[in-house]
Design a protein around this ligand. Sequence first.
Ligand SMILES: Cc1cc2nc3c(=O)[nH]c(=O)nc-3n(C[C@H](O)[C@H](O)[C@H](O)COP(=O)(O)O)c2cc1C
Length: 324
Amino acid sequence: MTDDCDGPLVLDDRDRLFDATVDTGMDLTVDIGRLTLANPVMPASGCFGPELGGLMPVGSLGAVVTKTLFADQRSGNPAHRLTESAHGMLNSVGIPSPGTAGFKRDVLPAYRAFGVPVVASVGGLTVDEYWRVVDELADADADALEVNVSCPNLEHGGLAIGTDAAAVERVVTGIAARTSIPLLVKLTPNVTSIGDVARAAEYAGATAVTVCNTFPGMAIDIRSRRPVLGNGIGGLSGPAVKPLALRLVWQAASAVDIPVVGCGGIGTARDVVEFLLAGATAVQVGTATFTHPYAMAEIVRDLPVLCADLGAARPNELIGGLHS
Ligand SMILES: Cc1cc2nc3c(=O)[nH]c(=O)nc-3n(C[C@H](O)[C@H](O)[C@H](O)COP(=O)(O)O)c2cc1C
């Protein structure tokens, strides 16, 4: 680590340790529709920003995913927005957004500079806003879109579009008609049948489904007798949700023929292999980065070693390999 206090924070030794150019000789590529990723590892939306570029070799990732973008500027929820819980974290960030104009001018170029595919996460408080964001991104050079259907929807009684298969079908059909780039649809776990919602997304034209977003939760301050989070409730993420997400990935992968991107509590290459066996083609890492900024780079480093140890010539061979 550099001891130059005046210079930028650059962790030289770590960077060398995780040098993305080290060739393990293993083909780690995976396909999300016509988008080929150099490896199956990408950050989860909202858990990674370009500022992490000084701390880890972002170019070693399969792709980067932006925070969810709304059409208009938004400031997000009141503090507190984050709180720790046992083996996880609760957040109610509320999706602050620079709006599409600010995103194209200030945010997207910073993501592009990493030289890996950029997945732009899009959201909306109304169905029309989802479509408007996609229209306004038409001249941006994102490689894929991830439709976050967990946003509270004003026309859906404040419930997420993703809780209703018919509403997901409507939103995604409209988006698929507006763009030809690969379309990931990020599902909420807050449903009775993830298979039904995944099938609706597939039918509407999704290239892949991402499973899943955070789980609704809450924390209480017993002295003030008030919720800890400014918004009252928030989303639980981190190791605590891994078994829940794994089950949802397995059920979604059993329901659709398109790729599933696994997300929820992933922090190690071993976690990734579990998600691949459950049927995921690629994975996203969120909360792990908050406690361990190198987590994604370590996964990329460790995955080929673990695959070889398990007798797999490449991660692709493990997809859906669960014996059940
Ligand atoms: C602080 C924070 C902000 C998040 N913001 C977004 C977001 O903008 N869009 C989105 O689709 N998911 C968002 N998520 C959910 C994550 O992308 C991910 O689905 C979830 O945290 C589960 O993965 P993990 O356990 O690896 O964190 C956010 C999660 C956290 C912790």
